[in-house]
Design a protein around this ligand. Structure first.
Ligand code: GLA
Length: 728
């Protein structure tokens, strides 16, 4: 029973994997948080509630009860009624006030995991999970708030979301509705989060909390390159393998905010959900608003333990469809190979070489539709450019299939070029605040995805292409952020709903398409990894990680991405040198070794490779077939961080039964006479492993404690792959 309710003490205890989470209903109907951390066995935990009495500057409730909400640890703190810290909920009532109050009304414990209307979420069946649904009410506005908790037996993860229903008789406006709030009785934490930019996503930032409010957020309309919807609070001494880590990851692709406030009492409050900036949602009587899901993970095996829980949970209970656990095909994408300059002949030449080298799929990237020969036109015109592809898509796909390759195609559905037939026909479909001119980025506007007619157009246009030929894969791109995001379709007082409605419209379209084409492998993309978030993983089990394909930059980007996202989702390609983004030259081997850590492929013109490089492709293809089950289905351990040293980077994958491992060691920048001992992780200490390259057998305990001795002189950018196989 992962969810316990002690009816006498009125304490809930949620046991998730090796963690426990506890809170209580106090005699005034407040929900007070009691504990989150390593597994515990008591429920009589009321004594943990903060009993600090403050001065007159910390108000007491209206009945003058002898406590103040301003210092209490709460499950879902509200705005304007005595708690001045960051709140989870703020409702603007008909009386013009945002003072909100919630009282416990009832609760239900059910088998299985709740689902969220219109939003992707972790899923689990009745044998794997339980749901706790707590009903709170604001008597004045009639707001009924369902706090949902999902507890999965076998994962140290608790999911949270809130559903707000207007049970009153007059409309109100939700100004803020977080997915989760978490109060800690300490601020002895470092905060870890992932920041970045185009071609430099998910860089790791770790810094101690201080007495302030630290916010990681996006208001770009997508989860964004700039900040990932993730943060972790970790003990100062936490490492990859030891110490406590509390992960918080939001299953959402739009504007989000994760706020961490530390007060003078040295407590920490973490609040996460839809960004309240540029957000307001009118709820009429009887209507409901559902927040996205927050996924909280506890680990006392450091950041590595936290990441492995996210990897397993997201791979098996968030990704959906037939591809989620399947080894991904090796693809060649023509983007960096040809950019817009291709035709059928060129693609077939690449496909022919690909087939000879053992590559399994050709992906035709941007430029196949409308009259698009550069980025200045045709987004929205999802019909084949017959000047490039004479006779259309079908003959091309048939020829590619005849070579033994699958065929994949690129779309950027949410966009519209001012120079497009679609724009000339439907200029009003452009997302723009009435009375303003839309800002332009990469020569394109954004479609108003809140509109059903726009979603229907896209469903039909994309379906027509997907049904016209044997298409096995779709790359779904999104190459700019939202501006002037106020849908003309909505009345002025509802225009702050646009950002969230945009995301709901996107999910609805993706849901329809992935259901209609269950065999198609979808890959997410946004100028590289600008929308690499858990929600997109529900529709696309892999995401293009970055437009930066430089192997050294990729070490950092993929390392950071692995904090939350499973290797199977991290799309990684070998590209040409000098690298198109950085101008750097790294060896073909290293480019392959780095890309081998994810969903592997090539991003170059295969016809331009030398005979020697082609032999290396064949070798990499064979390696991928040998190692992909281990990389995509195994446990991932970060060993040496490229954020801590510019000289060394290492990670490894271990098979679930610990009978096999693959170690990747990279030297981004070399030093002369530099020792390189590498302690491994995750092995069975008692098993003996054969290091195939060295021809040496060592036990797991030796490999994890003494380590490998990889000391020698390396060139900049050199790397080694070490495959270990248990021999007894
Ligand atoms: C984005 C993607 C690239 C490529 C181009 C095409 O930048 O990240 O991989 O598809 O768009 O325009």
């Amino acid at each position: 029973m992962p969810i316990l309710f002690d009816a006498e003490k009125k304490v809930f205890r949620l046991d998730a994997g090796s963690s426990s989470y506890a809170f209580c209903i106090d005699s005034h109907g407040y929900l007070f948080h009691l504990y989150y951390g390593a597994k515990i066995s008591d429920t009589d935990l009321f004594y943990l509630q903060s009993s600090l009495q403050m001065a007159s500057f910390c108000p007491n409730p209206p009945d003058n009860s002898p406590f103040t909400l301003d210092t209490a640890f709460q499950e879902y703190p509200v705005n304007g009624t005595g708690d001045y810290r960051v709140s989870a909920l703020s409702i603007l009532g008909e009386n013009g006030s945002t003072a909100t109050s919630l009282q416990y009304r009832s609760h239900a414990i059910q088998k299985g995991k709740y689902a969220l209307e219109g939003l992707p979420a972790v899923y689990a069946d009745e044998n794997e999970a339980e749901t706790l649904d707590i009903l709170m009410e604001d008597p004045l506005t009639g707001a009924e708030v369902h706090l949902l908790y999902g507890v999965l037996d076998n994962y140290s993860a608790i999911t949270r979301a809130a559903v707000i229903r207007n049970g009153g008789s007059t409309p109100f406006v939700i100004e803020k509705a977080a997915s989760a709030a978490l109060d800690f009785p300490t601020m002895d934490f470092d905060m870890v989060h992932l920041y970045g930019q185009w071609a430099g996503e998910r860089q790791v930032c770790r810094a101690p909390l201080t007495h302030d409010i630290r916010t990681v957020a996006s208001k770009r309309g997508s989860s964004s390159h700039a900040h990932n919807p993730f943060a972790a609070l970790v003990s100062h001494s936490a490492t990859e393998t030891t110490g406590e880590a509390y992960g918080a990851s939001l299953v959402y692709s739009g504007n989000f905010a994760i706020e961490a406030e530390c007060d003078a009492l040295e407590t920490t409050r973490l609040v996460m959900g839809v960004n309240p900036i540029d957000f307001a949602w009118t709820l009429n009587p009887g209507e409901r608003f559902t927040t996205p899901e927050a996924v909280l993970v506890y680990s006392n095996e450091g950041l590595g333990g936290m990441s492995r829980t996210y990897h397993k949970l997201y791979r098996s209970h968030l990704c959906r469809g037939e591809w989620k656990e399947k080894i991904r095909p090796i693809l060649v994408n023509n983007w960096e190979g040809t950019y817009f300059d291709f035709d059928e002949q060129k693609l077939l030449a690449i496909a022919k070489d690909a087939a000879e080298l053992g590559i399994e799929m050709l992906v035709m990237d941007d430029g196949w539709f409308g009259k698009r020969n550069d980025d200045r036109s045709s987004l929205g015109d999802w019909f084949v450019n017959e000047e490039k592809l004479k006779g259309g898509l079908k003959p091309l796909v048939e020829k590619v299939n005849a070579l033994g390759l699958k065929f994949g195609i690129w779309f950027e559905p949410e966009m519209i070029s001012p120079d497009s037939e679609l724009y000339r026909e439907h200029p009003d479909w452009t997302l723009c605040a009435p009375g303003r001119e839309p800002s332009i980025a990469r020569n394109q506007y954004v479609l108003d995805m809140t509109r059903k007619d726009v979603q229907d157009y896209l469903f039909d246009a994309i379906s027509a292409i997907l049904s016209s030929a044997n298409i096995a894969y779709v790359k779904w791109d999104f190459n700019r952020n939202l501006t002037e995001a106020a849908s003309a379709k909505l009345p002025p007082e509802r225009r702050k709903e646009t950002f969230h409605r945009y995301v709901l419209g996107l999910y609805s379209l993706l849901d329809r398409l992935t259901s209609a084409y269950p065999h198609v492998l979808f890959e997410g993309c946004s100028g590289g990894g600008g929308r690499f978030d858990p929600a997109m993983l529900c529709y696309s089990p892999q995401i293009w990680t970055s437009d930066d394909t430089d192997a050294m930059e990729r070490c950092r980007i993929q390392y950071g991405t692995s904090f939350v996202y499973p290797p199977s989702s991290i799309s990684a390609h070998v590209s040409a040198v000098p690298n198109h983004q950085t101008g750097r030259v790294t060896s073909f081997e290293t480019r392959g070794n780095v890309a081998m850590a994810g969903a592997f492929g090539y991003e170059l013109d295969l016809t331009k490779l030398t005979a020697e490089e082609k032999e290396l492709v064949k070798k990499q293809v064979a390696q991928y077939h040998a190692y992909a089950p281990l990389v995509q289905g195994g446990d991932f351990y970060r060993l040496l961080s490229p954020f801590e040293s510019e000289n060394r980077c290492a990670w490894m994958s271990v098979s679930p039964d610990k009978s096999e491992a693959l170690v990747t060691f990279i030297v981004p920048r070399t030093r002369v006479n530099f020792n390189s001992y590498l302690r491994l992780a995750g092995l069975d200490p008692r098993k003996k492993y054969l290091d195939e390259s060295a021809g040496r057998v060592l036990s797991g305990d030796t490999l994890m404690n003494a380590g490998l001795n990889l000391s020698r002189n390396y060139c900049d950018g050199e790397s080694v792959l070490i495959h270990l196989k248990a021999v007894q």
